[in-house]
Ligand binder design. Structure first.
Ligand code: GAL
Length: 341
């Protein structure tokens, strides 16, 4: 009798073990193997870009927050392409060959995404692009490609509204010499970047729609960089003495470059300067009164969106079940206008 009971128990245990193995196998086959750690590769076009280095810091913070919330370890490997697309392609290739679960890519050249996408598709490594938007044709090459960014038009309209509001309150605070037109100079980002063209167009359009009588003195491409913008501004201040009333800049760093030039030349006219990004450096210039305004994008939300989408893809989950997406693959980060008080 005892022997029979033992045999029955052994058979029952063997049965249970078989069912357990079978369930596990089924899960593995359907890609549901439970993961306790994910490896994400972060590829930056230029690590010393102020806005990008702020996003990088926020990504590290959000990866930790995700770990705490889910108990899933997130290993981030961050690489700087130093503005070289070939370098970035090799960095991506290496991460793909090392079996990274997903890549988060800030492309050097937004028209060159297909090389990387081809490699990622073969190895089934999803990509979340951010800040430098690939052309639509490339984003449609595969269903595991996403984009996180800030709407360039929205940034520009908000930037334009800052000036419109100041002008409406007191036209002479912007039209400094009261001649009925606002003489402005324009600092633009890289020509190949989707943000430069759209921001310029919509900022100027918003000012005109808002009734600010504009007159462009000159403009230059300072590639998002403070030092390049500062050199331009110094030259313009000498070329147009006492004439510049407004500086419209595609980002905060270039706006700060203009501030540097004004201070270096000890200009005392209250020239108004507006930026976009809301970097900590931009905000402190705003608090000091050196900038009239900026448009701040929510960096925490930016990084949270990237990590949420990348982690979902890494775990074989559907990103749209974790976060609201537009047209299935786009996430647009919120932003707000900030005024000098
Ligand atoms: C823009 C940002 C710039 C610069 C650039 C890099 O969106 O406003 O400051 O970071 O991206 O791609």
């Amino acid at each position: 009798m005892k022997k029979k009971i033992w045999l029955l128990c052994a058979a029952l245990l063997a049965g249970l073990a078989a069912v357990w193995i079978w369930i596990g196998k089924g899960r593995e086959e359907s890609g549901e193997k439970e993961k306790h750690a994910i490896r994400l590769g972060i590829l930056l076009y230029r690590g010393d870009d102020t806005f990008i280095s702020n996003v990088r810091q926020a990504l590290e913070e959000q990866a930790k927050a995700y770990e705490q919330e889910t108990g899933i370890k997130v290993v981030l490997n961050i690489e700087d392409a130093k503005e070289n697309q070939n370098t970035q392609n090799s960095q991506a290739e290496r991460m793909i060959s090392l079996g990274y679960d997903a890549l988060c890519v800030n492309l050097v050249d937004r028209s060159m995404a297909s090389v990387m996408i081809d490699k990622a598709m073969v190895a089934d490594v999803p990509i979340v692009f951010f800040n430098r938007e690939p052309v639509e044709e490339d984003l449609n090459l595969w269903e595991k490609l996403y984009y996180v960014g800030v709407s360039a038009k929205e940034s520009a309209v908000l930037q334009g509204e800052i000036v419109v509001e100041a002008y409406r309150k007191n036209p002479l605070s912007i039209d400094l010499n009261g001649d009925g037109k606002v003489n402005y100079v324009l600092l633009e980002g890289e020509t190949s970047h989707q943000d430069s063209l759209i921001r310029t167009e919509w900022s100027v359009q918003t000012l005109m729609d808002g009734g600010v009588p504009l007159e462009k003195l000159t403009g230059g491409i300072a590639n998002w960089e403070r030092s390049q913008a500062s050199a331009f501004m110094e030259q313009w201040l000498e070329e147009f003495p006492g004439q510049i009333e407004l500086v419209i800049s595609n980002n905060d760093d270039m706006a700060l470059g203009a501030v540097d030039a004004v201070q270096r030349l000890q200009i005392t006219d209250p020239i108004h300067i507006v930026g976009i990004d809301g970097t900590p450096q931009g905000i402190s210039a705003l608090e000091r009164g050196s900038l009239l305004g900026t448009v701040q994008c929510d960096r925490t939300e930016y990084a949270e969106a990237i990590i949420t989408i990348a982690a979902a893809l890494a775990l074989g989950e559907e990103p749209k079940e974790k976060i609201g997406l537009e047209d299935k693959i786009y996430y647009w980060v919120g932003q707000k206008a900030m005024f000098c008080k």
